[in-house]
Design a protein around this ligand. Structure first.
Ligand SMILES: C[S@@+](CC[C@H](N)C(=O)[O-])C[C@H]1O[C@@H](n2cnc3c(N)ncnc32)[C@H](O)[C@@H]1O
Length: 201
């Protein structure tokens, strides 16, 4: 049974935890770029959804951070990287247990194409963000070049690894509730992007 704090993909990530450091080597340069952007913003209340094994928590230098994840094993790893400005909770990003208008910033790093229902996640992010709050998304986005054929060829297999290889943010209805204010290339022929959105009123 899926409890309020878990999701279908947490089953997979609970088992992938021991392998994630290998994935992390590949993701590290993109995450460093993401944090250069996040740390340009004034100190505030920040929620990271799908915090994973938390090796990047050290980059949160100025914000008050709550990190959540639906996979207990990932959270157990993340706890080793705790700092005084960070709290961690076992929670499903698609059913956040926070009041409306609570956070200045929300971070989704390689999460939006992994959750069961990305639209639900964005609706929840919109609900808990303050007016003009910022949403940082780091993810692959299927481009309109030859790379799209690679994504297409992995589409069926990727479902077994609980992610969507073919992924277009514009397909999500809830993204219309945010305005894009920055779109930064994070590498590999514009495949990885950092997108900074502002909550639309
Ligand atoms: C690809 S990992 C990314 C981890 C980290 N953000 C990073 O950039 O390295 C995806 C993470 O999202 C978590 N996750 C998946 N679905 C979730 C959900 N509905 N709510 C919260 N976390 C979720 C997984 O357990 C996993 O730790």
């Amino acid at each position: 049974m899926i409890s309020a704090a878990t999701s279908r993909s947490s089953w997979f990530y609970d088992r992938l935890t021991f392998l994630y450091p290998v994935v992390d080597i590949f993701l590290k340069p993109q995450k460093q770029k993401l944090f250069e952007e996040i740390n340009k913003y004034a100190p505030g209340q920040l929620l990271e959804i799908g915090v994973g094994n938390g090796t990047h928590l050290k980059y949160y230098t100025q914000h008050q951070v709550i990190g959540i994840d639906s996979a207990q094993n990932m959270l157990a790893k993340a706890e080793k990287h705790l700092k005084p400005n960070i709290q961690l909770h076992h929670m499903n990003g698609e059913a956040l247990q926070f009041p409306d208008l609570h956070f200045d910033y929300i971070v989704l790093s390689h999460v939006i194409a992994v959750v069961d229902d990305p639209d639900k996640l964005l609706h929840e992010a919109h609900r808990v963000l303050k007016p003009n709050g910022k949403l940082f998304i780091l993810n692959h986005v299927t481009p309109n070049n030859w790379v799209r054929f690679i994504d297409k060829s992995f589409e069926r297999i990727s479902k077994f690894a609980f992610f969507k290889s073919v992924f277009h943010l514009s397909d999500l209805t809830a993204i219309k509730r945010f305005n894009l204010i920055h779109d930064i290339n994070a590498g590999f022929f514009s495949y990885f992007k950092i997108m900074i959105y502002e909550k639309a009123l």
